[in-house]
Ligand binder design. Structure first.
Ligand code: SAH
Length: 232
């Protein structure tokens, strides 16, 4: 069932199907661990295949990830970062999350699947930016925060010339307007969003792309307390 959904969805995206066994193994580890800790609210196999794996895989059809240094901010149970790495092994991936148990789970999955060039970081994006400022070609993130806050967490990590790809729902018109000022203060430029449907479904999604056109001023990111209290 899950295998058929993945085969059809990946084929429609013109992505290779030979990594399906790795995705199925990841799904199995996710289902097992989800019994003992809260990793995802989506537990039915078709939902995992579509809403986690194929939604993540959609990015590979929209952006060139080959050989890029990529960070997934607030990756949770590994989405979208881990399916991207499984399907495009040349990615040099950093998975970042503020919850230690989630990062420990991801390390187990990576070891089980024999993934190379993956860094597992327990930490907060606004603090990690002190260490690895402008260190990534691409930053990806799904379901972490509203865009004005998310931009301050993520844009400092993007190299000038790189991009931040925010996975959003289609009803983000207001959020996009609200983020304009934050994006330009942080050295970014808001591109025209890309609407798509998850492969093999009619579920609409939106990819919001911010291009980093200038270095982010050193005063950003602020502490999370300040970001939350007074979003840009
Ligand atoms: N991206 C995943 C998980 C979304 S849940 C998915 O789409 O399925 C949001 C995750 O972001 C949580 O795991 C939480 O721990 C993490 N998070 C929230 N704020 C963060 C921050 N400032 N830095 C790092 N991780 C953060």
């Amino acid at each position: 069932m899950m295998e058929a959904i993945l085969r059809e969805g990946l084929t429609a995206l013109s992505l290779p199907t030979e990594r399906i066994p790795a995705l199925l193994r990841y799904a199995q580890l996710l289902a097992e661990k989800n019994q003992v800790m809260n990793l995802t609210a989506i537990t039915d196999p078709a939902g995992v295949a579509r809403l986690h794996f194929l939604d993540s895989a959609a990015l590979l059809a929209l952006e060139d990830f080959r050989g890029k240094r990529v960070i997934d901010v607030g990756t949770g149970a590994g989405f979208p970062g881990l399916p991207l790495k499984i399907l495009e092994p040349s990615i040099r991936l950093t998975l970042l999350d503020a919850q230690r148990k989630r990062v420990d789970f991801l390390r187990e999955v990576g070891a089980d699947l024999g993934l190379e060039d993956v860094e597992y970081v327990h930490g907060r994006a606004e603090e990690f930016a002190q260490e690895r400022r402008e260190g990534f070609d691409l930053v990806v993130s799904r379901a972490v925060a509203a865009l004005p806050v998310l931009a301050e967490l993520c844009l400092p990590l993007v190299k000038p010339g790189g991009k931040f790809l925010a996975m959003k729902s289609v009803d983000t018109g207001e959020e996009l307007n609200a983020a304009g000022r934050a994006v330009s203060l942080l050295g970014g430029r808001l591109e025209k969003p890309i609407n798509y449907v998850i492969s093999g479904t009619d579920i609409p999604r939106r990819l919001v792309i911010l291009t980093k056109i200038e270095e982010t001023p050193k005063k950003y990111p602020r502490t999370f307390a300040k970001i939350r209290k007074n979003p840009l």
